[in-house]
Ligand binder design. Structure first.
Ligand SMILES: C[S@@+](CC[C@H](N)C(=O)[O-])C[C@H]1O[C@@H](n2cnc3c(N)ncnc32)[C@H](O)[C@@H]1O
Length: 255
């Protein structure tokens, strides 16, 4: 997959490209990442990319021409399934499901980062396929949100993680929260790792993990259980004494 960032601050991405899983995936040729700076497409000699808001108002907006020309300059392969996405608080909220869908449906994402008070609305209307928000709060720029989206999508690209299983075991993929996990030492300050995890009994470990996932989700994010539950989840909930409707949904998921 190819991911292009359109940003006035290319240096924000240096650390992202040069560490850990993203770095290895770029080196292995599974991901291509690149930044295009709209300032390189500014029309006047001061390299201006922002201007005041028509009708009055505080702050500056990113102008349409440098953004259009920056996006249009990005190479697109002939058969590319590409999506141009603006990162902004007015978009649909980003989820694991969305990350999976973007990785499956597209070969190229162009992530456009806003700054200042945002962008000229004509960019949203005529250049962008969709807007994604990373949450109900306002950040200074779209660079962090673009990296959040790129990271989550990259993890869903086949071969980017060491094994496909590791992505599937994370929180939300299933979708349940991940169970508590432990590493060495098996005892620290008197706090012991649960015996079952040291038992080597794979079936018991798998059952313990499922139970812990369901318990943790019930406690911290009961909204994730408001769906058709699997047979295994129903059986754990029965064991926990949680009341279910005839359709297998939780009756009252308050603690
Ligand atoms: C200061 S914000 C502008 C906020 C804009 N005036 C508004 O109220 O919607 C500057 C830029 O940061 C990015 N941004 C801020 N919050 C974001 C969020 N929650 N999700 C995605 N992008 C965000 C957007 O690209 C936005 O154009």
């Amino acid at each position: 997959m190819r991911i292009d960032f359109v940003s006035l601050f290319p240096e924000f991405f240096d650390a992202f490209f040069s560490h850990s899983i993203i770095k290895r995936a770029i080196e292995a040729g599974r991901l291509t990442m690149s930044v295009t700076n709209p300032r390189d497409f500014a029309h006047n000699k001061h390299n201006q990319v922002d201007d005041t808001v028509y009708g009055g108002g505080l702050g500056m907006l990113m102008m349409a021409p440098p953004l259009f020309e920056a996006v249009e300059s990005i190479p697109v392969s002939h058969d590319s399934r590409k999506r141009v996405i603006f990162l902004g608080p007015t978009g649909q909220r980003f989820t694991q499901e969305k990350a999976k869908q973007l990785a499956a449906d597209y070969d190229q994402l162009i992530l456009v980062c806003g700054h200042y008070e945002g962008i000229d609305h004509r960019v949203e209307e005529h250049l962008i396929d969709e807007i994604i928000s990373i949450g109900d709060y306002v950040l200074t720029g779209g660079e962090l949100p673009a990296m959040v989206v790129a990271d989550a999508v990259a993890r869903m690209v086949p071969g980017v993680l060491g094994t496909t299983a590791s992505g599937q075991e994370d929180s939300f993929y299933y979708p349940l929260l991940e169970e508590p996990q432990y590493t060495k030492p098996s005892e620290y300050r008197g706090w012991k790792v649960p015996d079952v995890l040291l038992s080597g009994h794979h079936a018991n470990i798998a059952q313990w993990r499922l139970e812990e996932r369901v318990k943790r989700t019930l406690k911290k994010r009961p909204d994730l259980l408001d769906r058709a539950l699997t047979k295994e989840e129903v059986s754990v909930l029965n064991k926990l004494g949680v009341m279910l409707t005839e359709q297998g949904r939780i009756k009252d998921n308050k603690d």
